[in-house]
Design a protein around this ligand. Structure first.
Ligand SMILES: C[S@@+](CC[C@H](N)C(=O)[O-])C[C@H]1O[C@@H](n2cnc3c(N)ncnc32)[C@H](O)[C@@H]1O
Length: 262
């Protein structure tokens, strides 16, 4: 029931833990072990976890089972329905009951500044899985990498605003391939996070298994490798702007690199 615990920056869960039978039918859901390990590593019971792209509610279920307060946000009514069903299935007897809000992650004005202990971000990976085609605010409808980066930037700025100083914002993201070229979405997302004011304390590589796209790759002729990993960046909200400035200077990331002018 507790799932695998982690000790290194290589996370390889052989299957999705079985207790959440609802979430498993939501496209693009992550393994409960991802959320469980993040919550265990970076929060204590009673603290507050926010997931602004909560989807089927995987992290809300884990937070609730671990005795954390959780807030889940998603733009899609389908996601909110899935989250409710996941919580009803797994967390009937647990307390506190997570709060669910249907909203745009780029505007979390219903959450106070410096009030959250952990943010877990699992955005759409560009257009790989389309969530709500009818909603232009949905990040999965943004084909242009620049528009995607701008929107993710707005989400990261909100995450930074609501997070307490000295706490963690974890971002899970995969890269994408388009017409034979490899688009390093994760690298772009990391730059966006740094630009929002975070510093990096871990980069975890997660083995990505059993994706629907794997079958397509296997069954078609290809002259490229199957993408089988995701990046999990553990970002830290510095206690002072000086710490951010020093980090950026030490790793040689100038304003020019993280915020290039076209
Ligand atoms: C990769 S899924 C998250 C899956 C989730 N971790 C789970 O285990 O089910 C991304 C989610 O982002 C949501 N989304 C896309 N654009 C959004 C936006 N602007 N604000 C809030 N949610 C958004 C989609 O509806 C989708 O549920």
């Amino acid at each position: 029931m507790l799932g695998e615990t982690v000790e290194s920056t290589w996370w390889d869960f052989q299957s999705h833990a079985s207790w959440n039978r609802v979430a498993r039918h939501y496209p693009g859901n992550f393994a409960p072990q991802v959320a469980r390990n993040l919550i265990t590593l970076y929060t204590k019971p009673g603290e507050t976890v926010l997931d602004p792209f909560c989807g089927s509610g995987t992290s809300l279920v884990e937070a609730s089972l671990l005795g954390r307060t959780a807030i889940g946000v998603d733009l899609s009514t389908r996601a909110i329905r899935f989250s409710r069903a996941s919580l009803a299935l797994v967390c009937q007897m647990t307390y506190p009951i997570p709060k669910l809000v249907r909203a745009d992650a780029r505007n979390l004005n219903f959450i106070n500044n410096d009030s959250i202990d952990l943010v877990i971000l699992h955005p759409p990976y560009s257009t790989i899985v389309r969530y709500d085609r009818s909603d232009s605010r949905d990040l999965s409808n943004l084909h242009s990498i620049q528009s995607y980066a701008d929107s993710l930037g707005a989400v990261m700025s909100e995450a930074y605003r609501v997070l307490k100083s000295g706490r963690i914002c974890a971002l899970l993201i995969g890269d994408v391939r388009r017409e034979g070229l490899y688009y390093p979405l994760s690298m772009i997302a990391l730059c966006v996070g740094l630009r929002a004011g975070f510093v990096l304390i871990e980069e975890i590589v997660k083995h990505q298994i059993n994706c629907k796209s794997d079958a397509g790759w296997r069954n078609r002729p290809h002259n490229f490798l199957m993408i089988a990993h995701e990046h999990l960046y553990v970002l830290f909200k510095p206690r002072s702007p000086k710490q951010w400035g020093e980090f950026m200077r030490d790793v040689g990331l100038t304003q020019q690199i993280i915020n290039p002018t076209p």
